[in-house]
Design a protein around this ligand. Structure first.
Ligand code: NI
Length: 224
């Protein structure tokens, strides 16, 4: 029996070489208070040469502020839509420089990925982000430690719209309406390949959510 347990433990350790301790796990934020009607729209992987502006226009139409988890490399390619995002008062989060999967490494590269992104965000728009989202929501103790050492809050999400898989508009809408609750952090993407219907879904979702009494805030406001 002991041998079996040992083998099982070895297998688990082998499969997850960079584990996450329970203590560090508590550092990861997936939602705000369920007692309020506040929710946060988040957009990952931008800025994009024109899709980011499409989202900005829609948000402006409703006077809504959202949160954009940007990739450092994309900020270097498309500084203008990024500057417009900051100027419009949206919150900016750090999403690494190369969209690197952090669960598979425990090296100094994690810190470099975060710091390089921090630098280009500041150089481009004079903005210092306070929140960090690991690509694909994948992390390890090392990633959490690195984020903490740079005073970043680690933010995942409550509802994954899976918009990047290009589901029909109604599937995105139904998924959000079925799963949203007070305090929810909703995951969308403003950088994706063509035919994703994020914008079309948002055009339906925003008025629906407002009608239900939800209030749109940035992630930092949601978790304050
Ligand atoms: Ni991403």
């Amino acid at each position: 029996m002991k041998k079996f347990v040992f083998l099982l433990l070895s297998a688990v350790l082998f499969l997850t070489p960079f584990s996450v301790s329970a203590q560090n796990e508590r550092q990861v934020i997936r939602e705000g208070s369920r007692e309020s009607m506040k929710i946060a729209l988040t957009f990952d992987d931008g800025p994009h040469p024109y899709r980011t502006d499409d989202v900005l226009r829609l948000l402006e139409q409703y006077g809504i502020r959202a949160t954009f988890f940007v990739i450092g490399e994309n900020v270097s390619y498309y500084p203008e839509p990024f500057k417009r995002t900051v100027a419009a008062g949206h919150e900016i989060g750090n999403h690494t420089y190369h969209h690197k999967l952090l669960s598979e490494t425990c090296e100094k590269t994690i810190e470099e990925e975060i710091r390089k992104t921090d630098d280009i965000i500041f150089r481009t728009a004079g903005y210092r982000p306070k929140i960090f989202r690991p690509p694909e929501g994948a992390y390890s103790d090392c990633a959490l430690k690195a984020a903490k050492s740079m005073d970043y809050s680690v933010i995942l999400w409550t509802v994954d719209t899976r918009d990047w898989e290009k589901p029909p508009v109604q599937v995105i809408v139904d998924n959000v309406m079925k799963n949203v609750k007070g305090g929810s952090i909703l995951l969308f993407h403003d950088y994706m390949h063509k035919n994703a219907q994020t914008l079309e879904a948002l055009e339906i979702l925003i008025p629906k959510l407002l009608e239900k009494g939800y209030e749109f805030v940035t992630v930092s406001e949601l978790i304050a």
